[in-house]
Design a protein around this ligand. Sequence first.
Ligand SMILES: [Zn+2]
Length: 223
Amino acid sequence: MNRPSHHPGDTLLIDYAGGALCEGASLAVATHMAFCPACRHAVTEMEAIGGALLDDLEPEPLSDGCLEALMARLDHERPAPCRPAVKPSPEKSRYPEPLRSYLRGRLDGEGQIGEGGWRFLQPGMRCMDLLSGPNGTTRLIRMKGGVGVPQHTHGGIELTVVLEGGFSDEFGAFLPGDLAIGDPSLVHRPVSDPEGCLCLATTIGGLKLTGPLGRWFNRFVKF
Ligand SMILES: [Zn+2]
């Protein structure tokens, strides 16, 4: 398996290691890490440094009732898992852990997703929603070969991890394991490679399509 050449960068990895990312962004970073030994190693080092810093902190005396208040809060608030566990990707798996855990019930005995689970986006392009909430959406996107997404920019952050095949845009070629980062300063027009592209995309804050076709597309397709 080729090593990825597009990585999240230190800021995203530090936020991931510190549990500061929303679940969808964490899943995108963790899925990239399943393909990327270098980022797994970097996060392990960040966690070790964070643990050492915590060990160096002087303990503060707790106020009266602090423990009871914490236990009561834990009883009532059951936070969603924010940071998926990361395991190295099995060779040639298009759905490595932790992504695979989000596909329970959708994979057949051969690890494939049937045709029924996909939703039409545009000709040659289908998607499957995995997470949806106030922070944004996370979905699988499947494109046939040579399909172009209308030129668009981003209202927030978009993290796309290629799982199989690839795509290219004005900024480079993205292959399995590569993580592409879109933000409001980026305007691009991705086109899938001839063999098609399967990717995981987390969008936080929505997409804005900019070209004339994009404005038309925006009216009919809800990202
Ligand atoms: Zn990496």
